[in-house]
Design a protein around this ligand. Structure first.
Ligand code: F6R
Length: 610
């Protein structure tokens, strides 16, 4: 997830406007930032690694002015966060610049083709191919060149393009990534979302997929890829700026819960190869031969990431038939664990900076293990030090309670498990194809799970005064029960525990009475009957049963006080969908109790100390 902005104004104001717009998009990425300003027939670019403030400081030292420009704030996906990989990117002639958000799946093929024609590439990014493609298609009309170029792109993109010989013009286009045009007085703007243009205007046009916008100071023309003109109607935004920064949601946490369908698609993007029956994980950088020989996997993580590790244990054992241990990093580092040379260690961390996870990972590396980091932040310590990585493409998570990052970890870990299964011959090409087909439906299923929001809120309001909660699940959904309990306790300050449902009768059943709400994950699975029995056991002891069930399971209503339905899913994918109502439940309980949902007391987003 990156942020892009553009403007066509009068005078020399473009740098100031673009910096102020980029500040509103820092939530989309902040590992590097850049600007391209067009004045006097030349484009000047500036790029800086790190937060936007670095770019702003270096801009302060220079006297750059111009009426037209593009800007970018990056969250690296392909290529490390370096100046060379920062946007804007230029073509070989330096006359065309491009800013891009998204992932171009076929950039390697395009780059090879363009190299054959003599193009020389400066960066490791997928985005740079767009600048070279536009140059190779440019015949005097920038909009035509962009249209021809995007026909060649596979993947997702929102782009802004500028040509040094075309003053007061920017061209924007998108597919599966957001892009809006802001309509001002004698000036027009381009941005990844409305927050970036709200200082300038509240009239915006949302571009549709594969639409191309030709933006001049006084005019906006939009056309489809076919060339047909689009008749657009501007929308007037009535949100306050603070609301707009959260996409109109009252809290970042709710916004991030709603981003999950997109996050799932982004984490899958470019990784499913049905033609070859393969999972493509390029940054993994560990030979298939090594993966084939692995005898044991150790997973290390903390908190929510540790829950993702428990789901992964289920995935790896079932799909690749390798035994898996899951450890809290803070425990493993002070034990004398058996970490053998040639073993595989998976370090899971959203931030990539959790002190305990880093220490445990270093211990494993010293013992001769191969370390794979599953991480959301590309330049982070874990990514830098691991032998290979699987990036989770969730974009920056602002809410302290992890939601979308967790879901992206589950998707990444499932992809890795499928790859391990294939490499080791447990799964055939045909099996992988079937899994790919199911995975392609996953973003829609997560979207469908979000439809329960209004009902989850009603349920939350019923139990808002409870003192304790119990969450139960079995099999691959047992870690989801743990995650539901953690989410509730950290943001609502209600005591909550997660338990494997089969363990109830070994102790916690003593707690059950009419004051204790029990949330049971009871979706379709091979052990569905077992968990229904556990639900009945709790219900006859007067506990209030809130049941997460598969759509169409009418019978479950007989044993539940409240049922929250989710789409029917393949069991392996069910955790990714089942966690959604649990996130919403904790969100609404905490909100109703007046808690600071995005910044719960005593918690930090990145735990960089022991
Ligand atoms: C809970 C939460 C924490 C983190 C934990 C590890 O919502 O966010 O439990 O999961 O602090 O952080 P990372 O994943 O950055 O290593």
């Amino acid at each position: 997830m990156c942020g892009i902005v553009g403007c066509v104004t009068a005078g020399d104001e473009a740098p100031r406007i673009l910096i102020s717009s980029l500040k509103r998009l820092e939530y989309r990425g902040y590992d590097s930032a850049g600007l391209a300003i067009l004045g006097d027939g030349e484009i000047e670019t500036m790029r800086e690694v790190g937060k936007l403030a670095n770019l702003e400081n270096s801009l302060g030292d220079k006297s750059i002015g111009g009426s037209t420009g593009l800007g970018h704030t990056r969250w690296a996906t392909h290529g490390r966060p370096t100046e060379v990989n920062a946007h804007p990117h230029r073509d070989g002639s330096g006359r065309i610049v491009v800013v891009h958000n998204g992932i171009i799946e076929n950039y390697r093929e395009l780059r090879a083709e363009l190299r054959e024609k003599g193009h020389v590439f400066a960066s490791d990014t997928d985005s740079e191919v767009i600048a070279h493609l536009v140059q190779s298609n440019f015949d005097g009309d920038l909009t035509d060149a962009v249209a021809q170029s995007i026909r060649r792109l596979k993947g997702a993109y929102a782009i802004g393009v500028m040509h040094a010989d075309r003053p007061e013009l920017i061209v924007g286009a998108r597919k599966d990534c957001p892009l809006v045009v802001g309509l001002g007085e004698g000036a027009n703007f381009l941005a990844s979302d409305v927050t970036a243009v709200m200082d300038q205007t509240n009239r915006v046009v949302y571009l549709g997929d594969e639409e191309i916008a030709t933006i001049r100071r006084e005019t906006l023309e939009i056309r489809k890829l076919s060339g047909e003109a689009v008749d657009y109607t501007p929308t007037t935004i009535s949100w306050s700026l603070a609301q707009a920064e959260r996409g109109g949601y009252p809290h970042f946490m709710l916004k991030e819960i709603h981003e999950q369908p997109t996050v799932v698609s982004d984490t899958l993007l470019g990784r499913l190869d049905e033609d070859k029956g393969e999972i493509r994980l390029e940054e993994l950088a560990i030979d298939d031969e090594i993966l084939k020989g692995i005898k044991r996997v150790n997973i290390i993580a903390c908190g929510t990431s540790w829950h993702a590790g428990h789901v992964a244990k289920f995935y790896i054992e079932q799909l690749a038939r390798i035994p898996v241990d899951v450890d809290y990093a803070s425990e493993l580092r002070y034990r004398d664990p058996v970490l053998e040379e040639g073993g595989l260690v998976i370090a899971i961390s959203q931030s990539g900076e959790t002190a305990d996870t880093i220490a445990a990972m270093r211990m494993a590396a010293k013992a001769g293990c191969k370390v794979v980091g599953v991480c959301n932040v590309i330049g982070s310590t874990i990514v830098r030090e691991a032998d290979g990585t699987i990036m989770t493409h969730a974009g920056p998570e602002i809410g302290v309670a992890s939601t979308k990052a967790f879901v992206s970890q589950l998707v990444a870990l499932l992809l890795f498990s499928l790859k391990l299964g294939r490499v080791r011959g447990v799964l055939s090409e045909g099996d992988i194809r079937k899994h790919c087909q199911r995975l392609r439906q996953l973003p829609h299923a997560v979207e469908a799970a979000l439809q329960s929001e209004a009902h989850v809120r009603e349920v939350a309001l019923k139990y808002v005064s409870a003192q304790d909660f119990l969450f139960i699940g079995r099999g691959v959904n047992y870690p989801i029960a743990l995650e539901g309990a953690l989410k509730l306790k950290e943001i609502s300050y209600i005591h909550a525990e997660g338990y494997p449902a089969g363990e109830l009768k070994h102790g916690p059943i003593a707690l059950l009475d009419e004051k204790l709400p029990v949330v049971a994950i009871c979706t379709e699975s091979t052990i569905y009957d077992k968990i229904v029995t556990n639900v009945e056991e709790a219900r006859v002891r007067d506990a209030k049963m809130i049941v997460i069930a598969s759509a169409g399971d009418d019978a479950i209503q007989e044993v539940a006080d409240d049922v929250i339905y989710v789409p029917r899913m393949d069991e392996l994918l069910s955790p990714i969908v089942n966690v959604v109502p649990l996130q919403l439940l904790s969100y609404f309980v905490a909100r109703e109790r007046g808690c600071d949902v995005d910044q719960p007391r005593n918690l930090a987003k990145s735990v960089t100390v022991e």
